[in-house]
Design a protein around this ligand. Structure first.
Ligand code: UP5
Ligand code: MG
Length: 346
């Protein structure tokens, strides 16, 4: 690849757990000038031997870059402050590995460190996420369309329902409360839901660097909206909303169709009715609030999947990477759209 076509290195690396100020610390994209290495590879700014490279954020290391790849040894290497080798690991990975134990160059000096990759400078607050709320009755297709937008358009799909179910499965202190509310088709207390949402958004931003979010099934009540304000502030601009509109008979048919394989404790006639009642009583007032502020894009979700997806894609267009938007559908997306059969389960 022509080095001038490379994307700038914007990743930050944290080395921790070695217990040595000599090596533990934050590493920022290298500013070492382009140079020809011993193996003859010419590097561009932020790169060394063809792979991204980093300097110590405190600038104290005698060597730049201080965390880089060696072609001669086919290994990633972390320097000490005096410029000598502290840790290495033999691999051809494009980034320093985060899931292996690094080799300690001088045994007995310190334990192997943990390497963490940050997509945003961890010394700065996270950037503001770009959020679209997705509301609609049970079975209106929120999950299906958001997961398509994630796979095809690079948006991050967070379903508060899925987050709550995962938390229930993890069996923590709130698991029993969550199960009680979900089976009754009622809304789980605000602080549980909003805390999970905040954590999931932060983790997603730090680990993927993506800031476009589709929040599936949130805010389901004015109370949820209060929780949102508490976390994101009252002054922040109100996110836009997609509303999936669909008649009850269609919703019921879809949920009962899905009940055969979903394993969800609320996919049955009784819970379905209670979920719909909750939607009308609690979620509609939230929707009306957003409608009164001209924040809602109405989507006729009773149409076929392809038509619904086309509307969703169009409404997200302004914030979608055009390269991703132009990509052909993956096989999994074609299955979700009903254009290709799911493989038979044995
Ligand atoms: N399908 C989808 N689109 C279709 C189309 N256009 N044509 C034909 N079929 C279509 O879709 C449902 C089914 O329909 C699927 O089989 C799909 O293939 C097909 P899906 O995409 O799953 O619909 P979705 O709207 O996501 O339905 P879901 O049942 O997930 O909606 P709910 O809003 O009821 O469920 P959720 O998981 O969001 O919440 C569950 C419970 O968690 C709530 O009842 C509540 O107790 C609790 N909760 C909270 O307390 N607070 C929260 O903030 C969130 C959840
Ligand atoms: Mg869903």
């Amino acid at each position: 690849m022509n080095p001038t076509q490379r994307k700038p290195n914007t990743l930050f690396i944290e080395v921790s757990g070695a217990g040595l100020p000599e090596v533990d610390g934050l590493f920022v994209p290298s500013t070492a000038p382009p140079a020809e290495s011993e193996s003859g590879t010419v590097s561009s700014l932020g790169y060394w031997n063809g792979k991204m490279a980093w300097d110590r954020a405190d600038g104290r290391c005698e060597r730049s870059p201080a965390l880089s790849y060696s072609n001669s040894y086919t290994s990633w290497r972390i320097c000490r402050l005096d410029g000598h080798l502290a840790y290495d690991t033999t691999t051809e990975d494009d980034l320093p590995p985060t899931d292996i134990e690094w080799h300690v160059y001088k045994k007995g000096v310190a334990p192997a460190p943990t390497v963490t990759i940050h997509h945003f400078d961890p010394r700065e607050p996270l950037p503001k996420p770009n959020v679209v709320f997705v509301l609609g009755g049970p079975g209106s297709g929120k999950g299906t369309m958001c997961s398509l937008a994630e796979a095809q358009l690079g948006w991050t799909h967070l379903s508060t329902g899925n987050l709550l179910r995962a938390e229930r499965e993890a069996g923590g202190p709130t698991a029993a409360t969550i199960e009680k509310y979900i089976t009754a088709g009622e809304l789980v207390p605000n602080e549980i839901t909003v805390t999970l949402l905040k954590q999931a958004m932060e983790t997603a931003m730090r680990t993927t660097g993506r800031i476009n979010f589709l929040l599936d099934g949130f805010p389901r009540s004015l109370d949820n909206m209060e929780g949102w304000y508490e976390i994101f502030g009252r002054d922040a601009e109100l996110p836009g909303m997609l509303h999936f509109e669909c008649p009850y008979e269609v919703l019921e048919k879809r949920i009962l169709g899905r009940a055969k394989y979903s394993g969800r404790s609320d996919d049955n006639v009784e819970s379905m009715k209670l979920r719909f009642d909750t939607f009308k009583a609690k979620t509609l007032p939230t929707l009306e609030l957003f409608q009164s502020k001209n924040k809602v894009v109405e989507v006729d979700a009773s149409q076929g999947r392809e038509d619904v997806y086309a509307l969703v894609k169009k409404s997200l267009e302004a914030h979608t990477d055009p390269e991703l938007a132009a990509q052909p559908l993956t096989e999994a997306s074609e299955m979700q759209l009903g254009l290709r059969p799911y493989p038979k389960r044995s």
